[in-house]
Write a protein that binds this ligand. Structure first.
Ligand code: URA
Length: 438
């Protein structure tokens, strides 16, 4: 079967058979399918979409491209559970969520991705921690999950390697926003990780891949349906991406915000609301808590008694990072040489934020990739991000830019001003937790 004929069939809106999909995905391992062909295929799927049956087949083919974890022999004594986000700007939730769930008795083998399009990636954020190994072998990863309760790692050659290749191609070719491709990408990683349960954070808003609630609903339904076919109970929470989540965006800056959150030094209220909504759902889905009140109580306890922070520190040390990282982050996290305030073009209440635009500006500062395999500048990004409803003027900036050079900073400042709409009337903050789908 000629690969180009399979691509042509999808390009013309046809439904691909199991054999055709398997030919494409298996061809990634033996290089009989080129990156150019996969790139054309993803664009065809972007425009022509896939049926439910095709999505299931694609997901299975991507799972079968690697191995699948089995936790039975580890005798963990608790449920194996994870959360995955469809991606946004400033979304560092995974970094605090994994140790919080571990401290509550769950086990979290978190296979994360790199930045995708304008959105940041958990794997990149963890790489801001010097010597932290995001690609341990599977045995090491299993040991860390057993000893610590969680391991945040990246995609390895062993689990869903087909996704690693397709993900990289989509990142460079504007083919991210596809229900079929997002479903198969996320679930191939999560099902390969051998989870008992999954909670999906489906981002909705202009900084998300699904801009409207209808699109987010469609994606949630596709993910829940495909997960169920693979016997992995899954709930989805639709959360807002109409603002940067929390106050910082950029790899090292988000790690810093995570430490502030876990230590209680500074816990941004919007970030906290999203973290609590997702972690609560994880405790309920795995029966680690009987009801919402019990879940919230357990989560608040592990934040306050320091167990969540201890777990984060232990995970970092076990995966090769500095043993004193959480005590002395300033010794290890990269800091940008230029820090500059950005003021809005006028004064007033923020009425709209172009979050995708802000994500792309972070990419152009060097915090995300513009070419495959590009090395990231861990230090750059923004802090003190203002949100919808906040009043800004010549004294109160919309954000502080962290840049490598003065020149970079000056260019970004002008573009960033265009990302904020202002009104002279007070504005209502957007609803953060939009919907729960079970
Ligand atoms: N996260 C993933 O892992 N894959 C996608 O396609 C989008 C978000």
């Amino acid at each position: 079967m000629l690969v180009k004929e399979i691509i042509r069939k999808k390009r013309d809106g046809g439904e691909l058979s199991e054999q055709e999909i398997n030919t494409l995905i298996e061809g990634l391992s033996d290089n009989s399918v080129s990156r150019e062909q996969i790139s054309a295929f993803t664009m065809a799927v972007y425009f022509k979409s896939m049926t439910t049956a095709e999505i299931s087949t694609l997901t299975r083919a991507m799972i079968n491209s690697g191995s699948r974890l089995d936790w039975q022999q580890q005798d963990l004594g608790g449920p194996v559970v994870d959360k995955h986000s469809t991606g946004g700007v400033g979304d560092k939730v995974s970094l605090m969520l994994a140790p919080m769930i571990a401290a509550c008795g769950g086990y979290v083998p978190m296979i994360s991705g790199r930045g995708l399009g304008h959105s940041g990636g958990t794997m990149d954020k963890m790489e801001a921690i010097p010597c932290y190994n995001v690609t341990p072998d599977l045995n090491r990863m299993k040991q860390v999950v057993k000893n610590v309760g969680c391991a945040i790692i990246g995609q390895t050659a062993e689990l869903a390697p087909a996704d690693r290749i397709i993900y990289g191609v989509r990142d460079m070719t504007a083919t991210v926003e596809s229900v079929a491709l997002i479903t198969a990408s996320i679930l191939s990683k999560k099902i390969s990780a051998g989870l008992d349960a999954l909670v999906m954070d489906i981002k909705v808003g202009n900084g998300a891949f699904m801009a409207t609630e209808e699109e987010a609903d469609e994606l949630a339904t596709s993910i829940i349906r495909t997960a169920r076919e693979n016997h992995m109970p899954t709930h989805a929470v639709l959360t807002s991406m109409d603002e940067v989540l929390g106050r910082n965006a950029g790899n090292a800056l988000e790690v810093k915000e995570t430490l502030d959150y876990l230590s209680g030094r500074e816990r941004d209220s919007h970030l906290h609301e999203v973290v609590m909504a997702l972690t609560t759902e994880m405790l309920l889905l795995t029966k680690l808590a009987g009801d919402r009140a019990e879940a919230m109580d357990k989560l608040q306890t592990v934040l306050e008694n320091g167990r969540a922070m201890e777990t984060f520190a232990k995970m970092i040390a076990e995966l090769g990072g500095p043993k004193d990282f959480v005590e002395k982050p300033e010794k290890y996290l990269a800091v940008a040489p230029v820090i500059k305030p950005v003021y809005a073009k006028g004064k007033g209440y923020i009425s709209a934020i172009d979050v995708r635009g802000i994500g792309n500006l972070i990419v152009s500062l060097g915090g995300g990739r513009d070419a495959p395999g590009q090395e990231l500048d861990m230090a750059v990004g923004l802090t003190d991000a203002a949100r919808i409803g906040e009043y800004v003027d010549g004294e109160k900036p919309v954000a502080m830019i962290h840049a490598r050079t003065q020149n970079n900073a000056d260019q970004i400042v002008a573009e960033m001003q265009n990302c904020y709409g202002l009104s002279d009337k007070p504005q209502k903050a957007p609803k953060l937790i939009r919907k729960l789908i079970t």
